[in-house]
Design a binder for this molecule. Structure first.
Ligand SMILES: NC(=O)c1ccc[n+]([C@@H]2O[C@H](COP(=O)([O-])OP(=O)(O)OC[C@H]3O[C@@H](n4cnc5c(N)ncnc54)[C@H](OP(=O)(O)O)[C@@H]3O)[C@@H](O)[C@H]2O)c1
Length: 272
């Protein structure tokens, strides 16, 4: 989209969590070219420093604010640092995430999988967004973009804890969205399909067939920044979500078969 046609952002930095990840890096480098002041967050300080150097090489500006989203104190500190030193964000892009693929039989003694994933994918992002929504609403403008998953609203065997954490964030955001909108803050949800990043590699290999490239995924995030969208999601995911509600037994059966098929196909590609 040409710069002239993009929705204008208010003044203020763009905060990106998961900045150092597979999708995060190309996204940050695109944002840098646009001249936004960036606040880069993740846990790995060295990788954040490296990325902020790349931003500067492209003529952009960035500060790094490491934080572990599973740690409530660190999230609170991140909120305070951003507001005190960087200013009320023009946009918050909640991209950080963690996934675990584990069948039920192997999960029976692992309730901590749920704690770990809800900490990273639901509670941490929600704490961060809650801390920033007030000042953004007082200013009367801003955008919150949260990345969930195309299967967040489709029960997906083997991904129960991940799906629960992403579905929880999805439900929470949908519920607060109308009130946030009344204060001038738009909330957009991006349901990403499979993307060829480190996250997908343990299950699908390094070059899964049919996966988006990290650059394509980053482009979807930029699309949600540029247009007044509230949901970016593949057509199959929207349909799957409707079918999961309308015909749950059939949808669960089909999802199980389709999931296994997708995993097999992707792995076959990698072995070639
Ligand atoms: N890849 C896919 O197939 C796929 C599909 C659907 C949705 N998604 C979603 O897309 C988003 C980006 O995924 P990706 O593929 O770029 O994953 P990735 O390459 O594994 O990157 C994950 C990012 O999240 C950060 N992170 C992980 N745990 C964190 C924690 N506890 N606190 C703070 N930051 C943390 C990581 O940084 P540090 O390690 O430095 O903390 C890293 O920057 C995620 O929300 C993911 O769930 C991905």
């Amino acid at each position: 989209m040409s710069p002239a046609r993009r929705a204008a952002l208010p003044p203020g930095p763009v905060l990106v969590t998961g900045a150092t990840g597979g999708v995060g890096v190309p996204l940050v480098l695109q944002l840098a070219k646009r001249g936004h002041h960036l606040v880069l967050s993740g846990r790995d300080r060295a990788r954040l420093d490296q990325l902020s150097e790349q931003v500067r090489e492209r003529g952009g500006s960035a500060v790094v604010r490491p934080a572990d989203l599973r740690d409530a104190t660190q999230v609170q500190q991140l909120v305070e640092q951003v507001l005190a030193a960087d200013g009320v964000p023009a946009a918050v892009i909640s991209l950080a995430g963690h996934s675990i693929h584990r069948p039920l039989a192997d999960s029976l003694d692992r309730p901590h999988d749920l704690e770990r994933l809800t900490g990273t994918n639901l509670l941490g992002p929600a704490r961060l967004i809650l801390g920033l929504l007030g000042p953004m609403g007082e200013r009367g403008s801003g955008v919150v973009i949260a990345v969930t998953s195309a299967t967040a609203r489709i029960p997906n065997p083997g991904w129960a804890a991940y799906g629960a954490s992403k579905a929880g964030l999805d439900a929470w955001l949908r519920a607060i969205r109308p009130e946030a909108a009344r204060t001038g803050v738009r909330i957009a949800i991006i349901e990403l399909p499979l993307v060829a990043t480190a996250m997908a590699a343990p299950t699908y290999g390094s070059a899964p067939r049919g996966a988006l490239s990290p650059e394509q995924a980053a482009a979807l995030v930029l699309r949600a920044l540029d247009r007044p969208l509230t949901l970016v999601s593949p057509a199959w995911a929207r349909t799957g979500a409707v079918l999961s509600q309308a015909v749950p037994a059939l949808a669960a059966h089909t999802t199980g078969i389709a999931g296994a098929w997708v995993t097999r196909l992707s792995r076959r590609e990698v072995r070639r």
